[in-house]
Every structure is written in structure tokens, then in C-alpha cells.
Design a protein around this ligand. Structure first.
Ligand SMILES: NC(=O)c1ccc[n+]([C@@H]2O[C@H](COP(=O)([O-])OP(=O)(O)OC[C@H]3O[C@@H](n4cnc5c(N)ncnc54)[C@H](OP(=O)(O)O)[C@@H]3O)[C@@H](O)[C@H]2O)c1
Length: 305
């Protein structure tokens, strides 16, 4: 597994295990998945307070409670700010309460990373700064970041908070590439030129912000996996051939395609299967040749100007 050195103390693996889908797993299967991840270098786990109907953190907490030496070996991350009753909430009270609940559910006294899940139209950044400050001072959160934020939103928050915003989570897969399309299509009238995120990829590169890309196997807005999906024959045909050429699976190829993009990028994979996770880890080691990367990009329905 390759790592990014962020600070002396923070070393981030290229692959994160996403915990959005773990809540229904049998305990032994979940423990096996977590151990497979850690033993193979994936020591970073992404949660959100409400994942699995608020149960994913509870289930993960069971694994931590039964494996006391595990907590110090992993980077534990959670997110807050989405209220499942239909609004976003970056208020002081919600941020602090949500972290306290996450800690209780996961049987731990601190989160390594806390991310604000989505921009809140009613956010008061000074209030958020106070929450970050209190959480840091009390030792409950060590590092901070955001998710689904554009560069201006990051800057507005960063000018208020003392802690560096180290992470931004964004959706990116072979079948969901708006962050890349706008750079390739700059100043054209093609659809790809539509700016949907204000240059987030470039901004994160410029500022050294780690891009944590979510849903690497999904098309649309988390509508399903595109691999071996009969709705997407062209991308699957091309990927079958390229994967064979590299001697890897299509699952691994989908990850190799992402990590070929030169940025500090961590891919957050949401599989519940150890075998698939191992494939994903293998993919993160493969370096795709430029023509292959572009062929896959075009086969996903994109055009070059
Ligand atoms: N910040 C945000 O707004 C945001 C939003 C969504 C997600 N996330 C994070 O990103 C993580 C990953 O999201 P995700 O679960 O949607 O990602 P994903 O890895 O793209 O999707 C995983 C799902 O696809 C299934 N799948 C079916 N065929 C597959 C194949 N050939 N290869 C790989 N997977 C296949 C998996 O099934 P199996 O379990 O059988 O492998 C699993 O149900 C989440 O856990 C969460 O931590 C963040």
C-alpha cells in the first residue's frame, strides 16, 4: 500500500475502507473485513454519524471493543452535518453532539478526523470555528476537513477556523467525472465544460488538500455498480480488454484508473467483501499507461475536444 505523508504524525493510505454499508453484516464477517483491511495496509476507516440508520458506528464499535489493540493502529474518521430528518446542520450544538455520539457508539475517546459532510446554506463559520476549537482542545478530534465542498466554500470556512482543513471528500468514479471533464473541456461549448464544482481538483492540488474520492464503482448518484452492468456495455468491453492486458480484474482497474490522476487522492471503497477489498488494494498499486487511461475515459461516454 502506498501512503501520503501529510504531517509527521499523519500517514494516509491510498485506499480507505468506507463504512456506509456495514450495518447489516454478521459480526464475524465484519471483523474479518476490518482485519483484512488493516493487515493489508488499509488502516483508515470512514464513517458518518447516520450511516446504516445510525448503526454503522455501533457495529464498528463492537469490533473495536473486542480488539483493544486495534484503535491505536487505525485512523478513525467520521462526518457530521446531515440531519436525516431533511436538513443540513453545521451548528455548534450539532457538530459537538454528533462527535460525542460517534465517540460513544465507537467505544473510543477521540476521532482522528472529522469532516463536515455537506455545505450547510445556513452555516455560521464562526460558530463552526468554536466547535472545532472545543473539539480539538478537549482532545476529541485531531484533524479536520470537509466533504462535497467547492474551493470558495473551503476558503470561507478556512478563514474562520484555526485548524487546517486537510481533507475534502468528493464523488469520483470512471462513470462520474465532472471534476475532470471541466479541465479537459475548458473554454469549449461541449457539455463537459460545465463547471459543477469550481475547480475543486485543481484547488485541492494547489493547497495540498487530500481528495478522498467516494463511490469508485457507482454510476449516477450512488445508483449501482457499473462493472458488469449490462446498461454500460462499452465501458465494460474496454475495461475487460485493458484489465486482461494488465493481468488484473476490472475492479482493480477501476481503482488504478482513479489513482493514476496526479493528486493526493485516497479512494474510499465501500465493499463488504474481503476478496473485493484485496482486489481494490491490488489496483491501487498499478500504474496505467496514458493511452489506456484516456481510452477508458472515452469509453465512459466522454469526448475529447
Ligand atoms: N461524503 C459523501 O457524501 C459520501 C457519499 C457516499 C459515500 N461516501 C463514502 O464512500 C464510501 C464508498 O461508497 P460506496 O459504498 O457507494 O462505494 P463503492 O465502493 O463504489 O460501492 C460499493 C458497493 O458496490 C457493490 N459492488 C457491486 N459490484 C461491484 C464490483 N464489481 N466492484 C466493487 N463493488 C461492487 C459492493 O458490493 P459488495 O459489498 O458485495 O462488494 C457495494 O455494495 C462509503 O462507505 C462512505 O464512506 C461518502
Amino acid at each position: 500500500m502506498k501512503y501520503y505523508e501529510i504531517t509527521g504524525e499523519l500517514r494516509l493510505p491510498r485506499v480507505i475502507m468506507g463504512c456506509m454499508r456495514i450495518s447489516q453484516m454478521e459480526y464475524r464477517e465484519l471483523e474479518n473485513l476490518v482485519m483484512t483491511a488493516v493487515e493489508n495496509g488499509v488502516n483508515h476507516f470512514d464513517h458518518a454519524d447516520f450511516y446504516g440508520n445510525f448503526q454503522s458506528e455501533v457495529r464498528f464499535g463492537e469490533v473495536l471493543a473486542n480488539n483493544p489493540s486495534l484503535r491505536d493502529r487505525i485512523i478513525l474518521q467520521s462526518k457530521c452535518g446531515i440531519r436525516t430528518t431533511g436538513f443540513y446542520d453545521s451548528s455548534y450544538e450539532h457538530i459537538v453532539n454528533s462527535v460525542n455520539n460517534s465517540l460513544k457508539k465507537m467505544n473510543t475517546d477521540h476521532l482522528d478526523c472529522l469532516l463536515i459532510h455537506r455545505p450547510d446554506a445556513l452555516a455560521d463559520v464562526d460558530e463552526m470555528a468554536r466547535a472545532f476549537e472545543d473539539l480539538e482542545k478537549s482532545g476529541k478530534v485531531q484533524w479536520f476537513g470537509v466533504s462535497n465542498h467547492n474551493p470558495l466554500q473551503i476558503q470561507v470556512l478556512q478563514q474562520a477556523v484555526k485548524q487546517p482543513l486537510l481533507f475534502n471528500q468528493m464523488q469520483l468514479s470512471i462513470m462520474h467525472t465532472p471534476m475532470i471533464d471541466q479541465g479537459i473541456n475548458v473554454n469549449t461549448r461541449f457539455e463537459g465544460a460545465v463547471d459543477r464544482d469550481n475547480g475543486t481538483l485543481e484547488y485541492c492540488k494547489l493547497k495540498g488538500i487530500v481528495l478522498q474520492t467516494w463511490s469508485p464503482f457507482q454510476y449516477g448518484f450512488i445508483e449501482g455498480a457499473f462493472l458488469d452492468n449490462p446498461e454500460f456495455p462499452e465501458i465494460n468491453q474496454v475495461m475487460d480488454r485493458v484489465a486482461e492486458q494488465y493481468g488484473i480484474s476490472k475492479t482493480a482497474l477501476a481503482i488504478a484508473w482513479l489513482v493514476r490522476i496526479p493528486a493526493k487522492m485516497q479512494v474510499i471503497a465501500g465493499t463488504t467483501k474481503p476478496s473485493r477489498l484485496l482486489d481494490i488494494i491490488r489496483g491501487a498499486e498499478v500504474e496505467l499507461a496514458r493511452p489506456d487511461w484516456y481510452e477508458i475515459y472515452r469509453a465512459a461516454g466522454n469526448r475529447l475536444p
